[in-house]
Design a protein around this ligand. Structure first.
Ligand code: FE2
Ligand code: FE2
Length: 184
């Protein structure tokens, strides 16, 4: 498997763990327990800074290359490109809601929770489709050169969750993942 596709799968594994973490916090809102809004903000910050900025753009490149190369799978590629736009909007909307909540602006916890659940649902469905349909399809249809071109079009940055220098940027997230690892 091309290293770029491997990286996309690895990103998904991390995003999926973050969705579990987010779900846990959202359940606390439902149970009128005290969730960690700062942790939720770090999760959404990471998704905006890394997933929306580097992960999805590499996929976009691959989907575009596939569209230029063949009509095969056109519907799926276009659907996924559209979903990336929706994801970016959801990230922005959720981020704004969290900022409003932290400033005690007029926004309810229920509204924040609703946006959060929408986010989790969208992200999980999207990744399941990519892993179940799109990635195996790209692997079959595209050459290694096509994967190189897609990866080369986007700055090659490491996943911040694998970079120890990023702990100060996402302190609660690193702490949460370390605890989760110890308890598993
Ligand atoms: Fe995607
Ligand atoms: Fe993805």
């Amino acid at each position: 498997m091309h290293r770029t596709l491997k990286k996309l799968y690895r990103d998904h594994a991390h995003i999926s763990r973050l969705m579990d973490a987010l779900e846990l916090q959202l359940n606390k809102i439902k149970q009128t327990d005290q969730p960690s809004f700062p942790l939720i903000s770090e999760i959404i910050g990471y998704l905006g800074d890394y997933a929306d900025t580097f992960h999805h753009p590499i996929e976009d490149q691959l989907y575009q290359i596939m569209l230029a190369h063949s009509d095969l799978g056109r519907e799926h590629m276009e659907k996924l490109l559209g979903e990336h736009m929706i994801t970016m909007n959801l990230t922005r909307e959720f981020k704004r809601a969290l900022e409003a909540l932290s400033k005690n602006s007029v926004i309810s916890r229920d509204r924040v929770a609703k946006l959060g659940w929408e986010y989790v649902e969208h992200q999980r469905t999207h990744m399941a489709f990519e892993e179940g349909e799109a990635f195996p399809f790209l692997r079959k249809e595209l050459s290694d050169e096509a994967f190189d071109v897609a990866a080369g079009a986007i700055p090659a940055i490491e996943d911040p969750l694998l970079d120890p220098n990023m702990t100060s940027r996402y302190p609660l997230l690193f702490e949460y993942l370390a605890q989760e690892k110890n308890s598993s």
